[in-house]
Design a binder for this molecule. Structure first.
Ligand code: TXD
Length: 308
């Protein structure tokens, strides 16, 4: 039997995620949205690309959670994106209501599923989704760190004029402008970038990474990034469905790790068939630890606006 992947929210990120799913033949796809006809139209269009692209999957669109029943993975992208000038935190109230409703329906129809959450403000929404659904922390995971690391890698590759394949970047912390890029752990062909670039160029890359989402929002003027966010989400889906035991930065509920408790936060985890199979704690310098704490305090202030 093929795996079943449901995507709730068939907007830019959701529909593009469905596209990656089909191209990579990860499993059957259910695109779900509240807008009448839109997920059905996008799903049919994607299905009709199959004969050209040679993928052979069941792809349907729906407005009914019944069709998502017994999903192996549910990707949640439902919610509003930022407009220019907005912070991710400005979305807490409106997206909080959406996530509450979505999660109640998701777990009612797929109690054993693994949920990958994408909606902003990411870390706060993962916390809310875990609270509402009652899912164990292994099965409710937020996507942000893979995207933020991919952005940093793209900037490092451009700066050094090397293949992106040689670059491995490490970004932890919350998915906000206080995220924590770690140059010491970011490498090109195994060499830390601190040995390859002067401090001012590294600082410029760190700052551009932190504001990477905002850079796209101000260019687009309407909506936010979707190609890289959906690709990053699919890397998590693939790691889980193929039980790859891949170590990736993801937002998970922390219970003492990194000295933080009762918060969802971006840290390196091992993703496999059970979802989060291990949380990996790396050594941090005093400055790096302070940056993590600063990032966590921003998330805590966004969490305080949640009505739990
Ligand atoms: O890395 C990351 N985590 C992110 C997060 C990177 C990029 C975008 N990020 C966030 O994802 C963004 O700030 C938004 O909160 C979400 C979705 O972004 P997208 O760009 O896909 O927004 P769209 O195109 O507006 O799509 C949202 C869809 C839209 O079709 C709505 O009709 C639907 O969500 N929606 C719902 N679906 C189901 N159920 C409910 N209640 C619902 N409400 C809205």
């Amino acid at each position: 039997m093929r795996d079943k992947i449901s995507i709730v929210g068939a907007g830019f990120v959701g529909a593009t995620a469905a596209h990656w799913c089909a191209v990579k033949e990860l499993g059957d796809v259910v695109l779900m949205d509240v807008v009448d006809g839109m997920p059905q139209g996008k799903a049919l269009d994607l299905l009709e690309a199959g004969p050209v692209e040679k993928y052979d999957l069941r792809i349907i669109g729906t407005n009914d959670y019944q069709d998502t029943a017994n999903s192996d993975i549910v990707v949640v992208t439902a919610g509003l994106p930022r407009r220019p000038g907005m912070t991710r935190e400005d979305l807490v109230s409106v997206n909080g209501k959406i996530i509450r409703e979505v999660m109640e329906n998701v777990v009612a129809h797929s109690p054993n599923t693994i949920v990958i959450l994408v909606t902003n403000p990411l870390d706060t929404m993962v916390y809310l989704a875990k609270h509402v659904s009652g899912l164990p922390r292994e099965r409710i995971i937020g996507q942000a760190g893979i995207l933020d690391s991919a952005r940093m890698s793209a900037f490092v590759a451009m700066e050094l004029n090397v293949s992106v394949e040689n670059v491995h970047s490490f970004v932890l912390g919350g998915h906000g402008d206080e995220m924590v890029p770690l140059p010491r752990y970011s490498t090109v062909a195994g060499i830390p970038i601190t040995e390859l670039l002067p401090p001012d160029r590294i600082e410029a890359i760190v700052q551009r990474t932190r504001k990477g989402g905002g850079e796209i929002v101000s260019l687009l003027k309407k909506g936010s990034a979707f190609f890289a966010p959906s690709a990053a989400t699919m890397q998590m889906v693939e790691a889980i469905l193929k039980d790859r035991k891949q170590i990736l930065p993801c937002a998970v509920y922390l219970d003492g790790e990194y000295g933080l408790s009762d918060i969802c936060f971006g840290v390196p985890v091992k993703l496999g068939a059970k979802g989060v199979e291990q949380i990996i704690e790396i050594q941090l310098t005093e400055n790096e630890r302070a940056a993590m704490e600063q990032s966590a305090s921003l998330i805590r202030s966004s969490m305080s606006a949640l009505e739990l």
